[in-house]
Design a protein around this ligand. Structure first.
Ligand code: ZN
Ligand code: ZN
Length: 173
């Protein structure tokens, strides 16, 4: 996923568009039990500004991740817009406080690690297959979205008894 800046550098045009359709690296997602279902599709427009290049783009893909409640796998669509500065390495010191910047030495700039990081940050810490996912029964492990088990879910926490007493009890003075 390389952006070739040579044509921009030659000053033929003020901006250029790039389109990529590349497979993502599952390595990144493995820790979350996820993987790419579709390629990373990236549309990006690079403009020459005074001292650096400004890239604006959009990335879409489809991931497969695991629900944190019921452990079923489900599809998670990705669609993110981004801004990015492409800055020559020799200007590094001026741009170190910028968050979204890639420094480059030659005319080719590899953006895939940035894109994958962006996708990665879109995945929630605890993904759920649907908002009302009922998860697994803590006693028997049954997936409660699919069927109802017969376990009793009584609240045996003694702290609740105290609370009950408070509700019906007399006012404490
Ligand atoms: Zn779920
Ligand atoms: Zn159960």
């Amino acid at each position: 996923m390389k952006i070739d800046l040579e044509r921009l550098r030659l000053g033929i045009r003020e901006s250029l568009e790039f389109h990529f359709n590349n497979p993502g690296t599952d390595e990144y997602l493995k820790e979350l039990g996820g993987k790419y279902q579709e390629n990373l599709k990236v549309d990006i427009k690079v403009e020459r500004t005074g001292r650096f290049y400004l890239a604006q783009g959009r990335v879409t893909s489809l991931l497969e991740v695991q629900c944190s409640r019921c452990l079923e796998r489900f599809y998670y669509p990705i669609e993110v817009e981004f801004h990015l500065k492409l800055v020559e390495s020799q200007l590094k010191e001026e741009f170190t406080s910028d968050e979204e910047v890639i420094f480059f030495d030659c005319d080719e700039v590899e953006i895939q690690p940035f894109i994958e990081q962006l996708v990665f940050s879109e995945i929630p810490l605890a993904p759920v297959c649907r908002l009302d996912c009922k998860g697994l029964c803590p006693e028997c492990g049954n997936n409660q979205n699919l069927s109802q088990c017969h376990c009793q879910h009584e609240n045996t926490d003694p702290r609740w008894d105290k609370l009950k007493d408070l509700k019906v009890g007399k006012e404490v003075t």
